[in-house]
Design a protein around this ligand. Structure first.
Ligand code: ARG
Length: 582
């Protein structure tokens, strides 16, 4: 049990003994560390309910708690806080318990089955800067959730059934009219090999998109081709299969650099077989109405929060992004029957998810208990405050972005003091560059927009990836120098810094559960900066390896052993690798 939870048990008992409700006993980490380590704020609520004086209750609770030898001080403070500070011995005992627990005493939660929809890559289009946040945050939530004991099923939900496919097919048919895919008389026996490579596709798609924007006649043909694809024209499906395969191979490579993968690489296309059931259930419930040739569902909404009708089928019979999400929900319920479905997707799609969730509940596509959550993420902006672009004003490719971070990291390793072969330097730079990007992202609350500033992300100081990695590498090398002995017993801290380091370790579990509950891994990221900040101070203030007092040295090394293990475990949950040296 985490220390905070043990204290909650004690405070709960104290409230009960005073004849008050046990729910007031919740203990939290102090938000005024200069006053105390932990606090209970329940006396104020209890007093409000009983219409009495909060200080009187706080004093009674403090009196009940104070005799317990784990406390060095328990005080009631105005207007009704109970402030707690533990003895050094009690803290050391907790640290020792963590060191000797296989999970480092980290919390476990009752198992839930959660589908995590993140990534959201599109077939035929390269990943771009807009795909970075969902990948990083989704990857972190996956690992945190699994570590806490949940069953997390990840699905990338590829955009593979929309207009871009019709654009590419139509443009290809103009470029290579003789290919069998475009001949209506040929319905089988298509070539095994893709007619083009992924780099060729990277040229074809932007050309197709440009023609679509500029040429109305092309646009009409592309729309028609999309519907034909969706309704199963064999040649188009065969070409689509090639495009799909080469695209996904390339996507896997790029996600791989972010150390991200998915259990399922399903796409919108995989939901197509479920679309007729969406239509049927909506019709059966009398929810589907005609509007200007399209079929829509009207959604009840308020003036303050207006939700426009959701279009289910377009007038040309074409499928839509939202219909695919409804159909996908049928598939997810049928295949996995999850308790919750989380979508880590850009905030700009909020209205879309409101519609999907409302219609899914109205139609009974998911049960009323199923929790559907849009874990929305903010935008990565340039220094001008607008969504980040290339210098030329174009879309910033994700691979370019990663390359630039890795290049910057490489330039730094080259000037570093550590002896490395060129190959080691390259590997290290990849790790540091990616960590810099990830921490630059994860340090912000999921919903916040942030400015992409590679120079800042790469700095050795401040809340950066390199800072975390340096700290981890430094601790390991210190422990290595100390020999292989397993130091696993801490004694009472002798300085304030040491006490703070212990507390930061003891409070990490709380940050972990909060990260998951709020779908906000920045809480865990902050906890790591607290640990490393105190560690680095501790390291500066104490000559650990040359300490003449062997017992003291062993206790310090035990503390560092835990710091090392916990830091590395939490970094791995955030999807951040640590290089062997840097
Ligand atoms: N492919 C979409 C896009 O690029 C994101 C998909 C998000 N997930 C979902 N179930 N709608 O915008």
């Amino acid at each position: 049990m985490a220390l905070k939870d043990k204290l909650t048990v004690l405070a709960t008992q104290a409230f009960e003994e005073c004849g008050l409700d046990s729910s007031y006993g919740l203990v939290v980490v102090s938000n005024r560390p200069e006053l105390c380590q932990y606090q209970c704020n329940g006396a104020m609520a209890a007093a409000k309910a009983a219409k009495t004086n909060p200080m009187a209750i706080a004093e009674k609770i403090a009196e009940k708690l104070a005799p317990n030898p784990i406390f060095s001080k328990v005080e009631a403070c105005r207007p009704g806080f109970v402030n707690m500070t533990l003895t050094g011995e009690a803290l050391a005992e907790e640290i020792t318990a963590m060191l000797n627990s296989p999970r480092l005493c980290m919390p476990e939660e009752p198992r839930k089955k959660i589908v995590l929809d993140f990534g959201g890559a599109n077939v035929a289009k390269p990943l771009h800067v807009g795909h970075l946040r969902t990948a990083i945050i989704g990857r972190a939530l996956t690992e945190i959730g699994r570590f806490l004991g949940h069953e997390i099923i990840t699905d990338v939900h590829l955009g593979d059934w929309g207009l871009q496919m019709g654009q590419v097919i139509t443009h290809s048919s103009d470029l290579y009219p003789d290919l069998p895919y475009f001949n209506k008389d040929i319905t089988s026996g298509y070539p095994e090999e893709s007619p083009y490579t992924v780099s060729e596709l990277e040229v074809i798609y932007p050309e197709a998109a440009k023609r679509f924007r500029e040429d109305p006649e092309f646009a009409e043909r592309a729309k028609a081709a999309t519907v034909e694809l969706q309704t199963g024209r064999p040649g188009y499906l065969a070409l689509w299969n090639h495009i799909h395969r080469i695209s996904v191979e390339d996507l896997k490579k790029n996600y791989g650099r972010l150390d991200t993968d998915f259990d399922y690489w399903y796409g919108e296309s995989d939901s197509a077989p479920y679309l007729p059931r969406v239509i049927k259930v909506l019709e059966d419930k009398g929810l589907l109405v005609e509007s200007q040739g399209a079929k829509v569902v009207e959604i009840e909404s308020t003036k303050a929060d207006p939700i426009p009708p959701m279009i289910i089928l377009k007038s040309d019979g074409g499928e839509l992004y939202g219909s695919a999400d409804l159909a996908t929900l049928i598939q997810r319920v049928e295949d996995w029957n999850p308790d919750e479905v989380w979508y880590v997707v850009d905030t700009r799609q909020s209205l879309h998810f409101k519609q999907v969730f409302t219609v899914a509940k109205m139609a009974g596509i998911v049960s009323p208990e199923t929790v559907l959550i849009h874990a929305n993420n903010g935008t990565i902006n340039g220094k001008d405050g607008k969504p980040f672009k290339t210098r030329a004003g174009g879309v910033m490719r994700l691979s370019t972005l990663i390359d630039s971070a890795v290049e910057a990291a490489f330039a730094k390793t080259a000037e570093g003091v550590v002896d490395m072969s060129e190959e080691e330097q390259r590997e290290t730079a990849e790790i540091i560059g990616v960590a810099a990007l990830k921490v630059g992202d994860l340090i912000n609350h999921r919903t916040r927009d942030y400015i992409f500033d590679l120079d800042r992300f790469m700095q050795n100081d401040g809340k950066t990836g390199p800072y975390l990695l340096y700290s981890a590498v430094r601790i390991s090398s210190l422990l290595k120098k100390a020999g292989d002995t397993q130091y696993n017993k801490a004694s009472a801290p002798v300085t304030a810094t040491e006490t703070s380091l212990m507390l930061s370790l003891l409070n990490t579990g709380e940050a972990l559960t909060r990260s998951f509950a709020e779908k906000a891994p920045n809480a865990l990221c902050e906890a790591l900066f607290s640990i490393t900040g105190w560690f680095n101070r501790f390291y500066m203030e104490n000559a650990i390896l040359t300490c003449p007092d062997e017992a003291q040295k062993a206790s310090w090394l035990a503390l560092l052993n835990l710091t090392n293990q916990l830091l590395r475990l939490m970094l791995s949950l955030l999807g951040i690798k640590v290089p062997a040296k840097m």
